[in-house]
Design a protein around this ligand. Structure first.
Ligand code: SME
Length: 153
């Protein structure tokens, strides 16, 4: 996907993960790349579906300690997973059921991660700045996830 990525960050992600297949390593570096590229973030990382418990478990991330388990349909993360739709929330305090893992969070984007019809989890990005994320950034983050899925089995 190297030649089709539309932003420097996404080209960097594709290059960073070239021929790398370890899920934890890839998600760790993906969260680090995102956290060092975007400004004004307080959390960037992943929740992964646990098919034994039927919940989302905390995955690799950058930021403060966070909620370990999120139920499907709960908060912004659980809603994105349940509905399999991107969530771009200008003010999380207006979102019914928002889960305040880090009280610094005011805006949030969550992108579902799916590969070959298999629901893997979500990318979650939080900011202390209200209305931090543009529609263009949501699209960039969706492409970030699409590239990531080409590097995980
Ligand atoms: N605020 C999220 C929970 C995850 S943390 O922000 C890392 C939510 O409402 O789903």
């Amino acid at each position: 996907m190297a030649n089709t990525a539309t932003s420097l960050m996404n080209q960097q992600l594709d290059a960073l993960l070239f021929e790398e297949t370890n899920l934890v390593a890839n998600l760790s570096n993906a969260s680090a790349l995102l956290n060092s590229t975007y400004t004004d973030l307080n959390w960037a990382g992943f929740y992964l579906y646990n098919d034994t418990t039927g919940e989302l478990d905390l995955g690799p991330f950058q930021g403060k300690v966070a909620c370990m388990h999120i139920k499907i349909g709960a908060g912004v993360v659980g809603t994105a997973f349940e509905t399999q739709s991107n969530q771009r929330i200008a003010d999380v305090h207006q979102f019914p059921g928002h889960i305040a893992c880090d009280s610094a969070s005011n805006a949030e984007v969550v992108i579902p991660i799916t590969k070959n019809g298999h629901q893997i989890g979500v990318l979650d990005v939080d900011s202390p700045v209200l209305d931090r994320f543009s529609a263009e950034e949501e699209a960039e983050l969706a492409e970030f996830v699409a590239i990531l899925t080409t590097h995980i089995d």
